[in-house]
Design a protein around this ligand. Structure first.
Ligand code: PLP
Ligand code: TYF
Length: 394
């Protein structure tokens, strides 16, 4: 059997991590994989996570199975954090999943269960794993226009134009905030217009929200998801705790499925539980438990929010510094979009050749589509990056 296997294509982002490690230059700068790093290049464990882990070590009395949905307290805490009071929580089914990726996968499993012929729409571009999972599951895939390469902003007219081709039953995958890989986001008003179109066409929206708290703030970043939840009869939401709680390797995510009525919820919840059982049985608990401990304890939550805010403001400061430096060096406002983008990433509109040249000449590692991780910078490396961009990008 195994001798029949063919090599699979490598993940370009993870491959870049390897290239970076192998580069001996001391001045190299890692702007690749989407992991938060502080000014020293370290990915810290958040204070509230450490505190919750200590408390858990003291208080946890069993490691027995939880429930197929995961701990219901986690689902409740995630509904509150992501959805707020935009919908009656009695309409929301929720399962813990292995990371936000698990939540996306389970959302697509749900769509496939209803209709294996369904078409899933993603933005062009999107996080590459969206497309590879859709294809791996043999679902139909379509793309909607999203990014204007010249201005590095959202081309909203083109987006709406492509979504006119939506059919009833299609699934539209939207980034809830902090679009990956571009950093360019819809305004709340535009999300509202997208929601109206999705409703008119009888399609289903699937929101992937992996960076809540990294853009404009914890509440602000949830605003689009909440608007969609309040406007649409049904909604799927895949939420990740990897970045905003800094618990990447714990694999903590949540899929929420909002039914039109509370009467539907038991069947929706039962189906989510069933999907967990078919795919991996009980979901991981450790990260989910830390998250629900933090979100339900006033002091832990306040400390977590304060640290998350430091992280967010740090990235915004780096954005502004980089945009200012590029304005000075290029004597133009061409790169002003970097300060207007939100989240960890900005796609800066450099060609693959220019990206490679910056890697070879300056040891700057960004993804081939010219996506850079803002958190890979610090106040000292921003001028080096700005100089490299100004020298390399036509
Ligand atoms: N969705 C997007 C757009 C992402 O960038 C990520 C990032 O890692 C995820 C989902 C899921 O992350 P994880 O599975 O590590 O929680
Ligand atoms: O886009 C990123 O960099 C993050 C991390 O297969 C990531 O979302 C990258 C690739 C991958 C899984 C996670």
């Amino acid at each position: 059997m195994l001798s029949n296997l063919k090599p699979q294509p490598a993940d370009k982002i993870l491959q870049l991590m390897q290239f970076y490690r192998e580069d001996p230059r001391e001045t190299k700068i890692d702007l690749g994989v989407g992991v938060y790093k502080d000014a020293t290049g370290h990915t810290p464990i958040m204070r509230a996570i450490k505190a919750a882990e200590k408390q858990l070590w003291d208080e946890e009395t069993t490691k027995s199975y939880t429930a197929l949905s995961g701990d219901p307290a986690f689902g409740a805490a995630m509904k509150a954090m992501v959805l707020g009071d935009s919908v009656d929580h009695a309409r929301v089914g929720a399962i813990a999943t292995p990371g936000g990726t698990g939540a996306v996968r389970q959302a697509l499993e749900l769509a496939k269960l209803v209709d294996p012929e369904t078409t899933v729409w993603t933005s062009n571009p999107t996080w590459p794993n969206h497309v590879s999972i859709i294809k791996f599951m043999k679902l139909n895939h379509a793309e909607y226009a999203y990014f204007d390469e010249a201005s590095c902003t959202v081309d909203f007219d083109a987006m709406m134009d492509s979504l006119k081709a939506l059919k009833a039953g299609d699934v539209v995958l939207l980034h809830g905030c902090c679009h990956n890989p571009t950093g360019a986001n819809l305004t709340l008003e535009q999300y509202g217009l997208v929601a109206d179109l999705i409703a008119e066409k009888g399609a289903t929206a699937l929101v992937d929200i992996a960076y809540q708290g990294f853009g404009d703030g914890l509440e602000e970043d949830a605003a689009a998801t909440r608007l969609l939840a309040s406007k649409l009869p049904e909604l799927l939401v895949a939420s990740s705790c990897s970045k905003n709680f800094g618990i990447y390797r714990e694999r903590t995510g949540c899929l929420m499925a909002i039914s039109e009525t509370a009467e539907q919820t038991p069947v929706t919840q039962g189906t989510l539980n069933y999907l967990n059982r078919q795919n991996y049985s009980f979901p991981p608990d450790h990260g989910a438990r830390l998250v629900s401990m933090i979100l339900t304890d006033e002091a832990l939550k306040a400390d977590w929010m304060a640290e998350l805010e430091e992280v967010r403001l740090g990235m915004l400061g780096l954005r502004q510094q980089l945009a200012d430096e590029l304005k000075r060096l290029t004597n133009s406002d061409r790169f002003d979009f970097i300060a207007r983008h939100r989240g960890m990433f900005s796609r800066i509109g450099a060609s693959p050749e220019e990206v490679l040249k910056m890697r070879e000449d300056f040891g700057i590692y960004m993804v081939g589509d010219s996506r850079m991780n803002i958190a890979g910078l610090n106040a000292e490396t921003v001028p080096l990056l700005a100089a490299a961009i100004a020298k390399t990008c036509k």
